[in-house]
Design a protein around this ligand. Structure first.
Ligand code: HDE
Length: 701
């Protein structure tokens, strides 16, 4: 569904394939109208079914063939269309790719977000990397930036990818556990393959539990190359920065969300776009002149390394806005085919061995997934640029080529389609030499420094979460020898980390580790300089009969005005009657919801309502759980009593003057008496995302 004024070129192109079935007659695939589809054709009411029932056979046969292989990794995803626009022509000095340099150009895009390990029907919130794949339908052909929400990967050479994926996927004998890394094979692999450690630090961090696809960064991971008009190259790393900031769930919450709403991230993306709250990211670049290729203490071709932003700043170059949900999940989100080798003039590869393997794998995988070489004809994959070549035939050929030739050179068709036209893609001319050798470069062999850099850059809360994650994951590993080997590796990242993890998983704590280099990169922390915003945050406003209606209405209106998404959660569905006798519609019934599906909770005043909520175990659990997960909690008037019963342990207001303590915001005033400062303070607490200074019993870690 489109929500923005002008339609882009891709949207218009899709009109050719959109089929609306409203007000139509039921037909077979051949267009023959079907009279009746509830009974098969039989010899007598209770007799055998007849072969000649072409409708039943066609219907069932098609159904039998509805499934295609799911992606071998990144099987579960959600996607949306949008647009990309460059801010200015600043990058024009480095690349000829006009979609990155012409601010007058609007480039349609499709973005697919995904988890990696789980199968298509798994939940959205396991501890996992998230895919962030963008197809730019540029005027010069499709450009795919197939990235992740971590800037580094687990392995350095693509030939190890099948090993890594087999290790992280469910165990081969019983296919347990689904969508989880907490099992023996993954950690066995990690303990034996230390190049994984840097990405493993990210995987144990809050980055692996995004609150929303709209609130995570994206990274191209590899070093790519921009190429200017004269053919000169510049190394580039691509970054996506969400305008809403980077925010995560806490682990217990993520686990519970897997049950209460397995579609949590998918739904969130869909609903935000339907509501016109279009998610946005800035595209940023880190540029490195070729002359500086060897200036770093790591190799730019090593995808387990990042360039610290403090060393090379990220320059914003444009903005991505997702503004349209797909019409059909299968046709679009499932059938979209990304490929790292889909590049356009001005963008090229480097010799990163992981990238080189990907340039083979993505085309190969589509052949089995989409059943043949013509998947580029599928509506979602079709470029908006013109396509002409001599490739012919194959399963599901959609094009009716009218040319009398399908080879080059030819004299019959005027040598068309003709290679070498203006703006043809020309590979970057790189001089290479070397012996044919199966060997890892020495420059790739520091596996620990950047894992340490990441660890050193965490705030105490983030570090605590990492320790808890290691303890959880290794705690699920049945082989104690594997646990010990992982701890032994962590010793080389940071001794304190290794000791804290060891203590939790019943293996001897190491006494000595490698010296910590002491360097940090504040940009790696989510909490040092967070983007604070109330926009799109979901707030549960608990209500029961006798609620302070004017206070509730004021609170809800105020949250909406600030861009938040308040929902009145009643003990049952329908309406609640306020103390003054007005009817207030309930948006959600408590038994269908859980605090883990909200960013904050508010308990309005009204003595009878507060008494009813205070007697309801679910309502009390809702409030207590939100408090435990360090979310913003507000109460006014008699609503404060509910906090008391739910054992929300923070100072509470006794008069109208608002009190803010540990992210708990209260005022004793109700209705029109409620001070604006109370509403302001609640909004501030929500914008904080969590009250990190609130003590917890370890559950929020
Ligand atoms: Fe992928 N990856 N990958 N990957 N990857 C696939 O392609 C592969 C890697 C990423 O939403 C597959 O169409 C190899 C890094 C995303 O459709 C497959 C290697 C990064 C998606 C494949 C890597 C990614 C995929 C499975 C090591 C981050 C989902 C289905 C050499 C920069 C795209 C498919 C979507 C999907 C192979 C490593 C990101 C099998 C061989 C590094 C976001 O081709």
């Amino acid at each position: 569904m489109a929500h923005e004024g002008a339609r882009d070129r891709k949207d218009e192109q899709l009109d050719r394939d959109r089929i609306a079935d409203d007000d139509t007659a039921l037909t077979t695939q051949q267009g023959v109208r079907v009279a009746h589809t509830d009974d098969s054709l039989k010899a007598g009411g209770r007799g055998p079914t007849l072969m000649e029932d072409f409708h039943a056979r066609e219907k069932i046969t098609h159904f039998d063939h509805e499934r295609i292989p799911e992606r071998v990794v990144h099987a579960r995803g959600a996607g949306a269309y949008g647009v990309f626009r460059a801010y200015d022509d600043w990058l024009g000095k480095f690349t000829t790719a006009s979609f990155l340099t012409d601010p007058a150009e609007t480039t349609p895009v499709f973005v697919r977000f995904s988890t990696v390990a789980g199968s298509r029907g798994s939940a959205d919130t396991p501890r996992d990397v998230r895919g962030f794949a963008t197809k730019f339908y540029t005027r010069e052909g499709n450009y795919d930036l197939v990235g992740n929400n971590f800037p580094v990967f687990f392995i350095q050479d693509g030939v190890k990818f099948p090993d890594f994926v087999h290790a992280v996927k469910p165990e081969p004998r019983n296919e347990i556990p689904q969508a989880a890394s907490a099992h023996d094979t993954l950690w066995d692999f990690v303990s034996l393959q230390p190049e994984t450690l840097h990405a493993i630090m990210w995987l144990m961090s809050d980055r692996a539990l995004p609150r929303s696809y709209r609130m995570m960064q994206g990274f191209g991971v590899h070093t790519f190359r921009l190429v200017d008009a004269a053919g000169h190259g510049t190394f580039v790393k691509f970054h996506w920065k969400p305008l809403l900031g980077v925010h995560s769930l806490v682990w217990e919450e993520a686990q519970k969300v897997s049950g209460t709403d397995p579609d949590f991230n998918r739904r969130d993306l869909w609903e935000a776009i339907e509501a016109g709250q279009f998610p946005e990211w800035e595209l940023g670049v880190q540029l490195v002149p070729e002359a500086d290729e060897f200036k770093f203490d790591f190799d730019l071709l090593d995808a387990t390394k990042l360039i610290p932003e403090e060393e090379v700043a990220v320059r914003p170059v444009g903005r991505l806005t997702l503004n349209r949900n797909p019409d059909n999940f299968f046709a679009e989100t499932e059938q979209i085919a990304f490929h790292t080798a889909n590049v356009v003039p001005g963008i090229d590869f480097t010799n990163d061995p992981l990238l080189q393997a990907r340039n083979f794998s993505y085309l190969d995988t589509q052949l089995i997934r989409l059943g043949g070489p013509n998947f580029a004809h599928l509506p979602v994959n079709r470029p908006v640029a013109e396509v002409h070549n001599d490739q012919r035939d194959g399963f599901s050929q959609h094009r009716v080529h009218t040319s009398g030739t399908s080879y080059n050179k030819n004299s019959i068709s005027g040598d068309a389609p003709t290679p070498g036209a203006e703006r043809s893609y020309r590979h970057y001319t790189e001089k290479v030499e070397g012996a044919k050798i199966r060997q890892r470069s020495e420059s790739f062999k520091d596996f620990y420094s950047q894992a340490t850099l990441f660890w050193n850059s965490m705030t105490p809360v983030e570090a605590e979460h990492i320790v808890a994650a290691f303890r959880f994951e290794l705690g699920k590993v049945t082989d104690k020898g594997i646990r010990a080997r992982v701890v032994d590796q962590l010793r080389l990242v940071d001794l304190g980390l290794a000791q804290r993890v060891a203590e939790g998983v019943g293996v001897p704590a190491p006494a000595e580790g490698a010296p910590n280099h002491g360097r940090s990169s504040p940009a790696l922390s989510q909490l040092i300089a967070p983007v604070r915003s109330v926009a799109t945050r979901k707030v549960a406003v608990l209500a029961a009969d006798g609620v302070d209606g004017s206070g509730l209405t004021r609170l809800v209106a105020d949250l909406r005005r600030r861009g938040a998404v308040p929902e009145v959660v009643g003990l049952t569905d329908g309406i609640v009657r306020s103390a003054a006798g007005e009817d207030i519609s309930v948006d959600r019934a408590l038994p269908t919801m859980a605090s883990v599906l909200y960013d904050a909770v508010a308990v309005p005043g009204g003595a009878d309502a507060a008494a009813a909520l205070g007697r309801d175990g679910r309502a009390l659990h809702f409030v207590a759980e939100a408090f435990k997960h360090r979310k913003a909690v507000a109460a006014f008037g008699a609503g404060i009593d509910v906090l008391e019963i739910a054992r929300v342990d923070a100072d509470r207001a006794e008069g109208a003057e608002p009190v803010v303590d540990l992210g708990v915001v209260t005022t004793a005033a109700e209705g029109g008496e409620m001070p604006d400062a109370f509403l302001d303070a609640f909004a501030e607490a929500i914008a904080d995302h969590r009250a990190w200074n609130r003590p917890t019993d370890g559950v929020a870690a």
